[in-house]
Design a protein around this ligand. Sequence first.
Ligand SMILES: Cc1ncc(COP(=O)(O)O)c(C=O)c1O
Length: 370
Amino acid sequence: MKTLRDLAKPWISELSMYEPGRPIDEVARELGFEGADAIDKLASNENPLGPSTKAVRAMKKAAAKMHLYPDGGGYYMRHALAARLDVSPNQILLGNGSNELLEFLAHVFLGPGTNLVMAERAFVVYRLIARAFQAEVHDVPMRDHTHDLDAMLDAITPETRLVMISNPNNPSGTMVDQRAIDKFMERLPEHVIVGMDEAYIELLPERKQVDSLRYLRQDKKVVVLRTFSKTYGLAGLRIGYAVAPEELIDLMHRVRQPFNVNAMAMEAALAALDDERHVRRTRRLVAQGLQFFENAFTEMNLPFVPSVSNFILVRVGNGRAVFEALQRRKVIVRTMDVYRLPEYVRVSIGTMEENQRCVQALKTVLASSG
Ligand SMILES: Cc1ncc(COP(=O)(O)O)c(C=O)c1O
């Protein structure tokens, strides 16, 4: 008798699965902790301040209307974003998190015989999605944990459809600057689409943010991806957006489900966009947290990768053993095996109390391992 695997498309069972940051409740259940509240999750680059109070108020108000389908066209959200970014609403598409938008890009551009170019240690989801669509992945070595854009240009072939740039990059926390991207764009062959993944861009002060939208104004084949999961503290709702030429947005619309973004998410994101104070508080907290971890790691003689984002890579020896020992001490961080950095863990910036507990636990764990 044929098994379900026999009946599945043959490449599907070969795909690896994404290993997300471990949920607090799951760790509490597994390790028999009484209250999940006492666990610090510093594993998924979430906002330790939570959502803006304006977003919470909007969600409460929206709750009574959840028997209605959402506006599938996302009219208000797209218009608000368009006004803010000075683009046309037709250049914006909403997604169920920016991950869904990556999948739309793959639907439109990737398949057997095509390839995706990415930095070897950029966000692993690019690779997983490309493989799910049977495209090849061209991995490009990084320089000092940073995208090497010249090498990425050299890796482009006639079959390349998409180049992904994670800026700032997860998991390294590094970024490429405007000059480097300008140069890259000038040399980019015209058969290639560039995906600029800016999941963490709002954490940077405005003067340090790369202006990727300028490439759209220059009619380049660029799609900018952003999310409300990080700076805006709405990861649980799943909402992100793409900004791209109208023709590309039109193609992506064709592969999306009619109600891909839920109504509660759109109400919350609209309100969050309006809360600059929350964004500024988040930036301040992250900057202080980064400084705290950098000082602590320096004092502990632990090599780390200087980060501009809300997480930091630190070399601890046996990353998985340290991850497990920290978990027993109620701190969840992230192993980096999937990025072939087994000696590292990635720590998300939390509240100052969480950061302090994490460093304290790390000191204890490293002292007892020897
Ligand atoms: C670089 C990068 N892009 C995209 C995402 C996914 O974000 P979303 O929650 O919008 O799907 C993440 C989340 O970790 C990320 O690190």
